[in-house]
Design a protein around this ligand. Structure first.
Ligand code: PRX
Length: 651
């Protein structure tokens, strides 16, 4: 970054939109915001009609007659894949690259829109041949191979509801999700490449499916080519594709028919299947992708997210494809085989837009800027972040060393539940500030409120709420309307969506996210509830009670610290420590494994029996202990702290 910008940044901590950007930006003034403020229902309706190709055009925008069960465009009919694929091919854009896929071992495959459509049609026919139809649920448990978006789109083509489960989840976690959705089909692979090793996806899926009577078939992609066990219910993907009808007409779907569910963590041990429908979700994906990323015909756009998370749904698959963009699909992680991997890909493919998570940026910082400097990243014109608050230091490093001081950074705040970005700077319009998500996209209405639901004045902090329905909002939690109401629409009433995040505004009214206000931890951008970890731990025969918290972590944002009380007769050994951490990895997934596991004689509880997590956090982070006067037994914290200090070498 040139010195003038850096000095400016250090001094004022603001970066105006670059001139070159403002001149050509897709959104360069506030007229969209103003139009939406004047009449948000009309604003969305007009765009629904022009952005989406409908079989039957909707006549109604929002139906708010039964809050919080809002619906959008409810008499419209469409198919997502027609909008993502067919219409581009029909318009002569079939030769354009949809994805360049790069495998972790290094192979590459360029997939045009016409080729992607052909694959999706075959895969959709293959699903039909296995008896899958409209409304059926399909679990997808794959690494980042081209078959992952193909499988998602094949479901959408026939109206089946996909539930993608991230390849890092364990057999138990996969089984829970398959059972909750009563999936008929599971699509998996023999394995997935992960840092040079094979994750045996098929073995894990077999273990899960053994507990899932609803599953009739398992479709298996061949990727890692080791031998796998085979059952009557199994079919190879490539064989099914070879036999499948190459044509499959898209199913006419109602705008409010479910498109997918995606499980995410809430404050209880049971994950929630967040349900998204078709028309409103597509509109949110198309417009937010265009506004936020300023997407143009010649961009090479790379969102590094895995399709196992919502970012991969909206900003790898549906948004970019509906906008006829060219994307990079990468199988691996940023550190393998070396930390230069991403920059080498940016250089070789002349990537123009790069969208990743703060945790990856912090890890890349640790690896040093020499890795970036080895490659030419001058093709980049826009950078983005998502998933957790980005600390200003990481923002500035990203801006300087990756963006060469010339690329705007869009810090996008949103959730699995919101379906698409809610808060973000717009690259040709907003003056950015390192660490701030700035403000709402057109049509969105964030309001920061206090305990009682009253808006806090500018400069203040509180709970982030969204006070106006938006098209890509979740419609419910699969099979549990009551939980949907209780979780999101009860705290401040049935028309105020409670995000679970804290936020504040600065004197300019720009929004800064402060992290979760509930018992949800965000580890490297992955949401995990403390209760999920605790219930996994108490499922081990040696454990009587457990408390888990998120403690500050330089790279991952938060790491998991667990405090465990053993049942009588068990010794607090290092071996048991390892065994318990492994138990969580098997129960939930490796990413949920506590990095600090402490044995406690008891947990610090108030006289009314509530665990004082704040004190546990102080202990895990090695701070002076806060006020412990309300504790039932103040000696407990000292005992836990002694174990913590021993383990962390702080004695
Ligand atoms: O706490 C917020 C954090 O991630 C949560 C949503 O997680 P998930 O549903 O997994 O979706 C992640 C990708 C959209 C939010 O409640 N979060 C997400 N983006 C940001 C963020 N926190 C601060 N800044 C962000 N840009």
């Amino acid at each position: 970054m040139n010195e003038a910008i850096e000095a400016h940044l250090q001094e004022t901590r603001t970066v105006p939109p670059p001139e070159a950007f403002v001149r050509a930006a897709r959104v360069a003034d506030r007229s969209l915001h103003e139009e939406a403020e004047a009449d948000f229902e009309g604003f969305w309706m007009r765009r629904a009609l022009t952005e989406i190709s409908w079989y039957r055009e909707p006549t109604e925008s929002l139906d708010a007659s039964n809050p919080p069960f809002f619906t959008w465009f409810k008499d419209g009919e469409l198919n997502l894949t027609y909008n993502c694929l067919d219409r581009h091919v029909e318009a002569g854009g079939g030769g354009k690259t949809a994805f360049t896929w790069i495998g972790e071992p290094g192979e590459e495959r360029v997939i045009s829109y016409a080729e992607l459509l052909a694959e999706v049609e075959r895969a959709a026919s293959a699903l039909k041949a296995l008896g899958v139809g409209k409304g059926d649920r399909v679990a997808i448990y794959l690494g980042m191979v081209p078959e992952l978006p193909v499988a998602m789109l094949a479901c959408a083509r026939i109206g089946a509801i996909h539930s993608v489960v991230f390849g890092g989840f364990s057999a138990t976690a996969l089984a829970d999700r398959i059972q909750d959705a009563t999936c008929r089909l599971v699509i998996t692979a023999d394995g997935a490449w992960r840092k040079g090793a094979i994750i045996p996806l098929k073995d894990i899926a077999d273990e899960a499916v053994a507990q899932c009577p609803s599953v009739e078939h398992v479709l298996v992609v061949r990727r890692t080519e080791q031998d796998v066990a085979w059952h009557d219910r199994d079919t190879w993907w490539h064989e099914a594709m070879a036999e499948a009808d190459p044509r499959c007409e898209p199913e006419r779907m109602n705008a409010e028919d479910p498109l997918f569910m995606l499980y995410t963590s809430g404050t209880t041990a049971k994950p929630k299947g967040i349900l998204h429908t078709s028309g409103g979700y597509l509109l949110g994906a198309i417009l937010s992708h265009r506004w936020v990323f300023d997407i143009r015909a010649d961009d090479v756009y790379w969102c590094t997210a895995d399709c196992g998370w919502v970012t991969g749904h909206t900003y790898v698959v549906y948004g970019p494809l509906a906008n006829h963009a060219t994307g990079i699909l990468y199988e691996g992680t940023p550190e393998y085989p070396t930390w230069e991997r991403h920059w080498e890909i940016v250089d070789r493919h002349k990537v123009t837009i790069y969208y990743t998570a703060p945790t990856a940026i912090r890890a890349l910082i640790k690896a040093g800027e020499a890795a970036v400097q080895m490659y030419d990243t001058s093709s980049l014109r826009l950078l983005g972040t998502v998933g957790e608050p980005i600390n200003p230091e990481a923002w500035i490093w990203y801006h300087e060393h990756v963006g060469g001081g010339r690329c705007p950074i869009v810090d996008t705040w949103w959730q699995t539940e919101t379906g698409s970005v809610v808060l973000s700077p717009l690259p040709g319009l907003s003056t950015t500030k390192p660490g701030s998500a700035i403000g709402p996209l057109p049509g969105m209405k964030p309001v920061i409120v206090d305990e009682r639901g009253n808006p806090v004045p500018i400069g203040g902090g509180g709970y982030l709420t969204l006070q106006r329905p938006w098209p890509s909002m979740l419609r419910t939690i699969w099979g549990d309307d009551q939980r949907f109401v209780d979780t999101y629409w009860s705290r401040f009433g049935p028309t105020v969506y409670f995000t679970g995040d804290g936020a504040r505004t600065d004197d300019d009214g720009d929004i800064w996210l402060l992290g979760r206000v509930d018992d949800v931890i965000n580890v490297a951008g992955h949401r995990i509830s403390t209760t999920e970890i605790e219930s996994s731990l108490v499922g081990h025969p040696a454990v009587a009670e457990a408390a888990a918290i998120g403690a500050h972590d330089e790279i991952k944002g938060e790491h998991i610290a667990a405090f465990v009380i053993l049942r009588d007769g068990n010794e607090p050994t290092d071996e048991l420590r390892g065994e318990l951490a492994q138990h969580v990895a098997v129960g939930i997934g490796k990413f949920a494994k506590p990095s600090l596991l402490l044995f406690a004689p008891d947990l610090p509880k108030t006289r009314s029996g509530k665990i004082m997590r704040r004190l546990l956090k102080d202990i895990a982070e090695g701070r002076e202990l806060g006020d412990a006067t309300t504790l039932r037994d103040p000696a407990i914290v000292e005992a836990i702290k002694a174990d913590a200090d021993r383990q962390l070498g702080r004695a």
